[in-house]
Design a protein around this ligand. Sequence first.
Ligand code: HEM
Length: 437
Amino acid sequence: MLIILVVLAVVASLPWWLPGRVVALRVRVFARINGDEGIPVPGDLVGVDRFRELYSHPAAGGRSKGAALSDLFWYWLAPGPEMHQEHLEAGERYDAVARCTRDLLALPREEAEELTRRCAARALDGASGLVRLRDLMMPLWAEFAYEIVFAERCPREARDLIAANAEDVSASLKCTRLRHMRRRRRLTRYLLPRLSRVRRPLPPGLTPQEQAYYVHGAFFTTAVVQMSEAMTHLLLTLAEHPDAQERARTGDDRYLDHVIAETMRLHPLFGIAHRITTGDIPLDEHTTIPAGSVLCFNYPEFHRAGFTDPGTFDPGRFERPAKELNHIPFGVAANRPCPAWRLAPIAMRVAAREVLNRYVLDTSVTHTRALPSRGPCLLTPRDAPRRPARRRRLALAYLRVRDRWEDVWRGLAQLVLGTYMVWDARRQRLCERHFHL
Ligand code: HEM
């Protein structure tokens, strides 16, 4: 009897101790397989005060070649082993690709707002009750990306394929599922015969297959994944802070912009961005970072530095100009920043307004930067009679318990699947093999 009671007590307490242990084990296993490559920034060598200076240094420009970390990024992100804007080295090919992305993203503001409004209205149609915010957001941004690329309404089959592919990429990045290469290939095949309909000339000098990989990678993977993740963080943050939610709903855009900036400070989409140095970088008369070093720029750490109570949500911090703060949600201007740095906040603001006009948001789940839970949330239509307080409390209690238990199996799945994928990426060496051909 005593043994049964002990077993029951251990099982019942799993959600309180197992996920943390599994995360710690996962970090150790990944470090073991990957080896400890790279110079952490900020770190012992370069502090927060010189973070931007180093990131902006002309010799901090290598993107892929020479870093084992690149094998991992290629494995998870590139639809083909070699053709994603984020992974290309500087040169003519990169310039042509980056120019095309800029052209496609250069929508006039009113057009971008109208496009977001239309896509949000379709995605939110019929949504209510318990949802996962990321699942709600993926089709919205799939349609948005499609219209940016093709300037025509996104057919349903395309929307479903793009959203499913982006979801696969997100889930495998978070190690909750393995990669789904068949779906990736299906999306590339879907794009190939449609290349002539892209709204702007595609980069010259690329084969049609490479052009399809490029559009796939920048617009149908990165754009959809990043916008969906950023919006999930934003809406979950608003659900966690009812006062901020009400103020954002009724207040002006300035306050909503501060909420967006503070959300991206607390939950930057990039954990680490790496660069390989293409020349020596002297730090002082005794210290030089040699060419070929891998610099690992740590966004969450930089975003915490120099703030009082850095873990607390406080949109008021952005009353000061963002330039004065340690805040780089879209990277640094001098070193390949996000080409959507202007468009993304405009679209996020409109999409957030569309959600806030329709729903009251509540949640009770854990909110982490990686967000493997896909953002569980309770959406109550504002025009429906308000749920009785008791039913709302019950729904939130259910969410909390479910989230805790999901953390248990998710943590174990992440350990097994993550270990496999990190090992598989090291084995395939997509990036290293590409540069040795
Ligand atoms: C809120 C949404 C987004 C955030 C927070 C974000 C963040 C970032 C960051 C931090 C980088 C630079 C990382 C580095 O220094 O290596 C980056 C690069 C990039 N982003 Fe975004 N992004 C977002 C949305 C988008 C969208 C909508 C697109 C659409 C095409 C996009 C396409 C890219 C590309 C292609 C790069 C690589 C740039 C290059 O190497 O030239 N991102 N993004």
